[in-house]
Design a protein. Structure first.
Lengths: 112, 113
């Protein structure tokens, strides 16, 4: 079985501040990990993913995430928030041939 | 390369009716998955198809069904609609069974009144 926990349903930052969205997972086998972003009334867009190899992965729009096996975490960061980053972010896990399991999502609010 | 196309984008149905939603995956992708998104439950997996075969099914009642055609297009059907079926239904396509990169459509917003 696999599961994802996203800490904080809402995160507020000021424009230019560091963005940190937390994600912890559980998986009985080596996981594939993903971050998706969703804008209002839109589908999900893949920001970045970890499958194998380098544990620090870079994605689109300046986001990156680090896979830490010992902490079962895959937190998403961005050094400087932009107003256009305001959206809902979902962490997801799959294990081998399983389907994606999503966290509950974190709404990122960016104030000027 | 065209993305994942879901039709229709918006739908309003009455309780007790049935509805069919369509998903055309990215060309060459043979895996299609369906998810239901609601404010209370978040994103919940419905089913996954690969080469016309259902590989996985989520924990939904039998009123929810799906199928995949030989061209990889997929449909999902909900019969005897209930108010609680109101949701955004998302389709994702992937080129492989490991789902190492799933691409989502814009979804179909179903409202049951």
């Amino acid at each position: 079985a696999q599961s994802v926990t996203q800490l904080g349903s809402h995160v507020s930052v000021s424009e230019g501040a560091l963005v940190l969205l937390r994600c912890n997972y559980s998986s009985s086998v080596p996981p594939y990990l993903f971050w998706y972003v969703q804008y209002p009334n839109q589908g999900l867009q893949l920001l970045l993913k970890y499958t194998t190899g380098a544990t620090l992965v870079k994605g689109i729009n300046g986001f990156e995430a680090e896979f830490k096996k010992s902490e079962t975490s895959f937190h998403l960061t961005k050094p400087s928030a932009h107003m256009s980053d305001a959206a809902e972010y979902f962490c997801a896990v799959s294990s081998g041939y399983s389907t994606l399991t999503f966290g509950k999502g974190t709404m990122l609010l960016v104030s000027p | 390369k065209a993305g994942v196309t879901q039709t229709p984008r918006y739908l309003i149905k009455t309780r007790g009716q049935q509805v069919t939603l369509s998903c055309s995956p990215i060309s060459g992708h043979r895996s299609v998955s369906w998810y239901q998104q609601t404010p209370g439950q978040g994103l919940q997996f419905l089913f996954e198809y690969f080469s016309e075969t259902q590989r996985n099914k989520g924990n939904f009642p039998g009123r929810f069904s799906g199928r995949q055609f030989s061209n990889s297009r997929s449909e999902m059907n909900v019969s005897t609609l209930e108010l609680g079926d109101s949701a955004l239904y998302l389709c994702a396509s992937s080129s492989n069974l490991q789902n190492t990169e799933a691409f989502f459509g814009q979804g179909t917003r179903l409202t049951v009144v």
